[in-house]
Write a protein that binds this ligand. Structure first.
Ligand code: DGL
Length: 267
């Protein structure tokens, strides 16, 4: 049994979708979470900047005695994971492979939609991964750059007019293509899953990348688990602790147990 914590990071709130899944399915695990709220969003930035931010995030998490890192960010997993996998001597688990595999297993008509940040869609990361699983899959993609700021500002209600208008605009071509599976390729998007599901209809399977990565960690990775009773949690953000606390508690169903501290970046 390895009692060391798992490090989890994202540009902001999105990685909490992975944290929620760890809390649910691996309740003994300790977690150190970092949300880079001072520099969110990552998905509209250049590859070089995303890699630099991701390295700083990882180095911060490595200052704790962690046993593995979950890159709970579709953008960093798409753009920086190959670089990080080589650079660090620790298990680094991204969301792209597990989510793509989950989609490949879920689809019946081989029509798969992928939504994500601009950087993620441009990288074609999920697309390439799906095509290695299903070479004749039909893939429909759409960048949804306004979803992350909406989530970070707490606009997550499916009846929120601004949110739902954006959902309709971004997803209409994917829905019209007749996909039966949709990868919510940015970890912020499961926070607005109810709005996405309302528009896509219940017959479309929605893949949550944070959940898929944690399932991989639990069921397939060789990382030794912590079978203790109840893990403890440490949260760090690079700005606006109060805003994070409010939104995170709402998202985790009032269950944000653990301290939230500030970690200033880019000094
Ligand atoms: N949660 C991040 C992702 O999965 C959001 C990226 C951003 O900050 O734009 O891509």
């Amino acid at each position: 049994m390895d009692k060391r914590p798992i490090g989890v990071f994202d540009s902001g709130l999105g990685g909490l979708t992975a944290v929620a899944e760890i809390m649910r399915t691996l309740p003994g695990e300790e977690i150190v979470y970092f949300g880079d709220t001072a520099r969110v969003p990552y998905g509209t930035r250049s590859k070089e900047t995303i890699i630099r931010y991701a390295e700083e995030d990882v180095e911060f998490l490595l200052s704790f005695d962690i046993k593995a890192i979950i890159v709970a960010c579709g953008t960093v997993s798409s753009v920086a994971l190959p670089v990080m996998g080589e650079k660090y001597d620790i298990s680094v688990i991204g969301v792209v492979k597990p989510a793509s595999r989950a989609a490949a297993l879920a689809t019946k008509n081989k029509k798969i939609g992928i939504i994500g940040t601009t950087a993620t869609i441009k990288s074609r990361s999920y697309e390439c991964e799906i095509l290695t699983n299903i070479p004749d899959a039909e893939i429909y993609t759409a960048p949804c750059p306004l979803f992350v700021p909406l989530v970070e500002n707490g606009r997550v209600d499916p009846d929120d007019v601004v949110l739902y208008t954006m959902v309709e605009e971004y997803l209409a071509p994917i829905k019209a293509a007749g996909v039966d599976t949709l990868i919510m390729g940015c970890t912020h998007y499961p926070i607005i899953e109810r709005a996405i599901a309302k528009f896509m209809g219940e017959e479309v399977t929605l893949v949550n990348p944070g959940e898929a990565a944690v399932r991989y960690l639990k069921e397939e990775s060789e990382i030794e688990k912590n079978e203790g009773e109840h893990g403890s949690y440490k949260f760090f953000v690079s700005d606006d602790k109060e805003g994070f606390l409010e939104n995170a508690s709402k998202f985790l169903g009032g269950k944000l147990s653990g301290e939230v501290s500030l970690h200033i970046v880019g000094k």
